[in-house]
Design a protein around this ligand. Sequence first.
Ligand code: FAD
Ligand code: NAD
Length: 451
Amino acid sequence: MQRFDAIFIGAGQAGPFLAARMAERGMKVALIERKFLGGTCVNAGCMPTKTLVASARAVYISRRGSELGVKIEGAISVDMQVVRHRANKVTMDARNGLADWLGNMDGVTIVYGHARFKAADSISINGETLTAPQIFLNVGARPVIPDFPGINDVDYLTSTSILDLDTLPRHLAVIGGSYIGLEFAQMYRRFGSEVTVIERATHVASREDEDTSEAIRVILEAEGIHVRTGAENITFVRGSDGVLISFGDAAVNASHVLVATGRTPNTDDLGLDVAGVAVNSRGYIVVDDRLATNVAGIWALGDCNGRGAFTHTSYNDFEIAAANLLDGEDRKLSSRIPVYALYIDPPLGRAGMTEREASSSGRRVLVSRRPMAAVGRAKERGETRGFMKVLADADTKEILGAAILGIEGDEAIHGIIDAMSTGTRYTDLQWSVPIHPTVSEQIPALLRGLV
Ligand SMILES: Cc1cc2nc3c(=O)[nH]c(=O)nc-3n(C[C@H](O)[C@H](O)[C@H](O)COP(=O)(O)OP(=O)(O)OC[C@H]3O[C@@H](n4cnc5c(N)ncnc54)[C@H](O)[C@@H]3O)c2cc1C
Ligand SMILES: NC(=O)c1ccc[n+]([C@@H]2O[C@H](COP(=O)([O-])OP(=O)(O)OC[C@H]3O[C@@H](n4cnc5c(N)ncnc54)[C@H](O)[C@@H]3O)[C@@H](O)[C@H]2O)c1
């Protein structure tokens, strides 16, 4: 039996950083990973997909070159092998960087293999037992495949396996119209595939307000993506040249199918029952405001605790745990404001509540909207799709939430995020002087328009 001060299961976006902080303090830590250092973000998530989104945007801009006075002789074509290679390189550089950093760190032992609890303070891995008084779970999540009739009779892709494609699908059907589905749908359309998004809900990106979902749909349809919402009873049959997907009274004949209907936590094969760690009905590990599970000495960080599903929420879990356990602070999960971006192009940057959430909170809600077509920066760049809106509490003057769907929306939203994080009232921000011409310069004006 090998003894450590702390054991980390999963090397995602929280565990490695906390392991490093603990090792710096002279602790002896084991970091167990069954696949690749860096987890989903580095290997099958943000990094490769945002690299692909960048390639797809380059195609889009090239095709629009003549509008901006750029003459490109000959047809614009896409080399999918180069596209894939570039995404793979970004992943490999990050993965190798982590391996160098952690591999050379005194006090950190990296163990590759699948870990399972043997007891609340010990882990079985590759036939060996490791024990520690502190165990941190950072096991992440994986794609969930619904029990669609016929799905197992056809070939389908997930957000992970699609990264290995180096040819262009004739017709990509994307099941699920949320983050993963919409990002892949738009990039493949831009690469040159016919694309159909098939979504069960009445709107794409259905967690958003209807005006946001509708604006996203308009953007996607303008690029030639077929969007089918309200799709009930989806079934799959293998056809002569692909897959026949039927839903309601419609059918689509696709060459490739991407299933992007959500993710499920990697908690089913961890032996949590042996350790007595509680999970909720969806398999997420139950944690308190400081990320502790119900078992003393065991914490759960990142996607597997169901309190966030993004790289920045996982990394923030590390920051909370490190602050509380190593720096004598008292940081809480409940202080975190929900923020994220949907990386279609133009992106959707989001902070805080939707209008639907704000209205149902019982507050007096003020709203201000502005189309991107009224934004100078957007006009100058010839990219006026989308809109921005902000919500505030009429009584407390708090900023409650915002959405910026438009060029640089993922960056410009940070003005709102920082204001919300510091508790700045909208009345204090209305008269700040922004730089012209930027998308962010609209924020003070937007706040002055709250009614
Ligand atoms: C296609 C896609 C695009 C995304 N894009 C974005 C984005 O743009 N921005 C954003 O913020 N988020 C994005 N995400 C989400 C983001 O990737 C995740 O929220 C984030 O990676 C979660 O990190 P984590 O630390 O919780 O776990 P993960 O990064 O999932 O890491 C968990 C690790 O644990 C390992 N593991 C699991 N079980 C065991 C076990 N029993 N023993 C040993 N090891 C184990 C796994 O192999 C994995 O390496 C995207 C996700 C996907 C799928
Ligand atoms: N930009 C980003 O930050 C980013 C990008 C990609 C992924 N992610 C993370 O990955 C996670 C998973 O993303 P996702 O898009 O797979 O999941 P999701 O849960 O966000 O969306 C799943 C979509 O599939 C639909 N759906 C579910 N079951 C269906 C069915 N039977 N038939 C048709 N449609 C169905 C849902 O209505 C929903 O629109 C997200 O929680 C997100 O945090 C983030």
